[in-house]
Design a protein around this ligand. Structure first.
Ligand code: PNS
Length: 157
């Protein structure tokens, strides 16, 4: 059983992300959730907030670690001696973006493999951007994100 990483912006972490992390934690000996600073995406939540929220949500999963990173994903992977990348795949619409990223990463780091995991059907429509949109309009996101982070979402409103 090998270690893997699960990168993303997690702005914020959703039930879909937790679904994928839980699946990965059953397959791999260790999962590093790599929270990208990704300033170019102008995240709603600071990197520190996103890391804190992710930690709260996965604290029951003992082989999962949350770390922040800035820079290239493959450099982070090399620093942590990780050769397996996990990405969630929902609909066909994810495919093109994931294909590009997967090829870019394997070109930069030949031994790096990306494995795609599907969340369960009930989580397959959830995305951070949908959560942010619902939040922007003061909607109820309690069915979209883990209960542990509801308080943080209110804090920034
Ligand atoms: O879940 P997201 O927000 O689509 O994740 C995007 C992420 C963090 C995987 C991507 O932005 C990323 O890899 N950022 C690091 C910069 C990098 O390595 N770019 C080259 C590969 S696309």
């Amino acid at each position: 059983m090998k270690a893997c990483m699960y990168p993303g912006t997690f702005d914020p972490l959703t039930n879909g992300h937790v679904d994928v992390i839980t699946r990965a934690s059953k397959i791999f000996s260790k999962v590093i959730v790599a929270v990208a600073k990704n300033d170019n995406k102008k995240p709603l939540f600071s990197l520190e907030h996103r890391i804190k929220m992710a930690k709260e949500c996965v604290k029951k999963l003992k082989n999962v670690e949350i770390l922040g990173f800035d820079g290239l994903l493959v450099d982070f992977a090399k620093q942590h001696d990780i050769k397996i990348n996990i990405r969630g795949l929902r609909a066909v619409s994810d495919f093109e973006y994931e294909l590009q990223m997967g090829y870019a990463n394997s070109t930069l780091y030949h031994e790096f493999e990306t494995i795609y995991l599907m969340p369960s059907l009930n989580n397959s429509f959830i995305s951070s951007s949908i959560v942010r949109s619902v939040l922007n309009h003061n909607g109820d996101v309690s069915k979209l994100v883990p209960k542990e982070i509801i308080k943080y979402l209110k804090e920034i409103k």
